[in-house]
Design a protein around this ligand. Structure first.
Ligand code: PLP
Length: 471
């Protein structure tokens, strides 16, 4: 008997219809949205792979938790339940709930960073970088060299380059490095995991220089599953045991529960440093709310606590990682260049390789995103020059990003295998006509985080008769 299929470890109790549109409609919607998927109406999207953030389907148990939420302004039972779960799984004594991850980031960096400081990370997520730069500090990405090469296979491509970290600290001086961060899994670097050995090495360097280590924990459970699957000595440990070990190496963490919290809103900031937490609480009260609710309803705290328990279940993680790998394997079979090996929450198509006729200034990633929507009503997101590049205000030239990726993020527990099969068919059709995909010109932008609102025109559009070529 061969190995049986890994199936969705749930059945469906409540369904939400999705609607197919015509190609003509999609052309109109896309033009209206300035070729920016963030500006489309969700109702006009068939399969929404824009993000895995806040898009999870909650379980019956989480909905039951919602009904148990305690809405007391101060000292709510739901807060103490969340604090208990966080202490049990993450091992940190103090937890400040926040409405999402970036609020935790803003509070952490506002408390720890000053202008001129440097914050190293394997790869900063966009809001993390923006919050550091907003304070006049510098966000430095230090992935291992393999992490920058899309087609190279490595079991822990999310690892930090520890030699580069040591060099950077010596170069700028430890007094200018208020904290080191590690993002697990490494979202912007392809959803790639970080090994326990790497976290240990980073911890050792931080320890020698007396610099606190913080984990950007958004996808901690997926990272723990990869450690169990790929790292020697972890095969018989539970995801929960691995999580405890991982966080025991850190001084604190920021969390967006919209990822591995399996909720639609929520996050937290946690640490063991009482003095720091007191300062952070003051900022929390200023913009988020009293420290026992932090901008969330009591029911949100309950749903989050239940989500953290469910996300570490082995049948869930086995299904989650296998379904992402399935999409990656099928696209690879068609010949689509993707970041290898598949990460935890998304497949990243290498748009620079696929649309090699388009230079970075014509935004190949964004052009591919537009085509996926036109072809099949699929919404994806560019992670390339639109997101991480910038326009020189004097020359008007684009500073290109290091990679031009398109992310197909997979919402948790939302789509079935036939939805994913449909995605593969659409990507296959786009791949077959890749040579004919036109580039885009950015006609409006508002940095920072310009990708949320930027507007584009096709360089083939009738409004630009002098620029029909892509070069
Ligand atoms: C989503 C995310 C954040 C920010 O969290 P939000 O809840 O969107 O504010 C930070 N870091 C990483 C790695 C993320 O994926």
């Amino acid at each position: 008997m061969g190995q049986r299929s890994i199936i969705e470890p749930f059945r469906i109790k409540s369904v939400e219809p999705i609607r197919m549109t015509t190609r003509e409609e999609r052309e109109r919607f896309l033009e209206h949205a300035g070729y920016n998927p963030f500006l489309l109406r969700a109702d006009d999207v068939l399969i929404d792979l824009l993000t895995d953030s806040g898009t999870a389907a909650m379980s019956a148990e989480q909905w039951a938790s919602i009904m148990r939420g305690d809405e007391s302004y101060a000292g709510a039972r739901s807060f103490y339940r969340l604090r208990g779960v966080v202490e049990e799984i993450f091992g940190f004594r103090y937890v400040l709930p926040t409405h999402q991850g970036r609020a935790a980031e803003r509070i952490l960096f506002s408390t720890m960073c000053k202008p001129g400081d440097v914050v190293p990370n394997n790869t900063h997520f966009d809001t993390t970088r923006a919050n550091i730069e907003f304070l006049g500090a510098r966000a430095v990405d230090l992935p291992i060299p393999q992490g920058r090469r899309p087609s190279e296979i490595h079991p822990f491509k999310g690892n930090m380059d520890v030699d580069a970290l040591e060099r950077l600290i010596v170069e700028v001086g430890a007094e200018h490095v208020p904290l080191v961060m590690l993002t697990v899994t490494n979202n912007s670097g392809g959803g790639q995991p970080v090994s326990m050995a790497n976290i240990r090495d980073v911890r050792a360097i931080c320890g020698r220089h007396r610099i606190p280590l913080y984990i950007d924990a958004c996808r901690f459970a997926e990272n723990c599953w990869f450690i169990r699957e790929r790292e020697d000595g972890y095969g018989s440990k539970t995801p929960r045991e691995i999580a405890r070990e991982l966080f025991s190496l850190a001084d604190g963490c920021t969390m967006s529960a919209k990822k591995d919290g399996l909720v639609n809103i929520g996050g937290f900031l946690a640490s063991n440093d009482e003095t720091l937490v007191r300062q952070e609480s003051r900022l929390l009260i200023l913009t988020e709310g009293f420290p026992t609710y932090g901008g969330l309803a009591g029911r949100d705290l309950e749903a989050m606590a239940t989500g953290f328990e469910e996300v570490l279940q082995e049948d869930y993680l086995a299904y989650r990682i296998a379904s992402t790998a399935y999409l990656g394997r099928r696209l690879t079979e068609i010949g689509v260049p993707i970041v290898q090996p598949p990460g935890g929450h998304a497949i990243y198509v290498d748009a620079a390789a696929m649309l090699s006729h388009l230079p970075a200034r014509l935004f190949p990633g964004q052009a591919l995103v537009a085509q996926l929507y036109l072809e099949g009503g699929i919404r994806a997101v560019e992670i390339g020059t639109v997101m991480f590049g910038s326009t020189d205000t004097e020359t008007g030239e684009e500073r290109a990003a290091e990679m031009e990726l398109v992310r197909l993020a997979i919402p948790r527990r939302v789509y079935t295998q036939s939805h994913i099969d449909y995605v593969c068919e659409v990507v296959g059709d786009v791949f077959a006509q890749r040579d004919r995909i036109a580039g885009l010109r950015m006609v409006w932008q508002a940095p920072p985080l310009r990708h949320f609102t930027a507007r584009f025109e096709s360089v083939c559009a009738p409004s630009s008769p002098n620029d029909l070529s892509n070069d």
